[in-house]
Design a protein around this ligand. Sequence first.
Ligand SMILES: NC(=O)c1ccc[n+]([C@@H]2O[C@H](COP(=O)([O-])OP(=O)(O)OC[C@H]3O[C@@H](n4cnc5c(N)ncnc54)[C@H](O)[C@@H]3O)[C@@H](O)[C@H]2O)c1
Ligand SMILES: [Zn+2]
Length: 357
Amino acid sequence: MKTVTVNAASGSYPVHIGRGLLSDPDLIAGLVPGMQVFLVSNETVGPLYSASLGKTLEKFETSGYELPDGERFKNLEYFSVLLDRLVDSGMHRDATILSLGGGVVSDIAGFAAACYQRGIAHIICPTTLLAQADAAIGGKTAINHEGGKNLVGAFHQPLAVVSDLATLDTLDDRHMRAGMAEIVKSALIADETFFTWLENHAGEVLMRDQQALIHAIESTCRIKARIVSEDEKESGPRALLNLGHSFAHAIETESDYRYLHGEAVAVGLLLAAEVAVRVGLAGAELVQRICNLNEKCGLPTGIEGLEPGKLAKRMALDKKVLSGKLTLVLPEKPGSAVLCDSFDPALPESVMREYCR
Ligand SMILES: NC(=O)c1ccc[n+]([C@@H]2O[C@H](COP(=O)([O-])OP(=O)(O)OC[C@H]3O[C@@H](n4cnc5c(N)ncnc54)[C@H](O)[C@@H]3O)[C@@H](O)[C@H]2O)c1
Ligand SMILES: [Zn+2]
């Protein structure tokens, strides 16, 4: 088992990564502070893996809820259902929410943990590559609003993250590929050596080679842990983790979630790099390297069936511009990205137009 520690200003916590961690009855039991556990999963993951937690949970007073499966249920309606269930099952202030699932489950369960009784403990057991490498770390919780993705949420760091690689055995290839996008993103922001490693080993990660998987997840967690430790509430460098995301959120919502988050991020990385080239921050070869890596990962390299004008409108709605000007994170070269708001406001739309098919 590998452990990465996140030292956030509001507290430190471990991210455990390894195979078979969910079926270790002592690991999670040792992390739960009180006697009550509320398990949040969804209708796909719950039946697959909640039994693995059986022995762990035996010692506790447990209840739980399985959400319907899908990004579209990460909303106010199901947030409210979760709160109702927490109240109905008599969860106290010292209860722990244990979330078991991908980023959708940990985002909504985390938001419920942030709000119930002004905040209760949350232990995240992420079961997708995207959640193990990214969504479970850093304490961002959210639900979607019709006006935009993740528009309502809170910062609430988990008590611990337990990433069991065995859960990835049942994850379909499309979601494995989508998870790679956040891994590529982190390398692009902060670690040139890791980016080069991905150019050579992405295939092994996708084939679920255990050593390659651990290296990819651990490296990405370390990057995120370091950035979150410097800037928990995103007043500075944490914003760099949004590389590609202004484009991605527009693509996800405009496509009515036909694009998975990671797929949209993959295109977003390319679009951000293209903008960086246009404003003179990056050389054209950066676009080519990202494009090649996306292809290697089986990720999209263009926008299918969406209108650039509508996407640009969505970007203007994004929460990052509600306060004024659109600020983008732009990559300079592998391992380095910057915030930029000095570009022609028409540039994002014209770049998207070129990538629309
Ligand atoms: N909080 C953050 O910092 C952060 C960061 C990145 C993404 N996110 C959010 O994460 C969400 C995307 O997360 P995701 O990609 O994990 O999607 P997801 O949670 O929708 O999971 C993808 C699909 O895989 C299924 N699944 C999950 N684990 C499985 C397993 N082990 N075996 C078989 N099927 C399994 C799920 O039921 C779902 O159908 C988005 O809502 C995004 O906004 C949050
Ligand atoms: Zn993301």
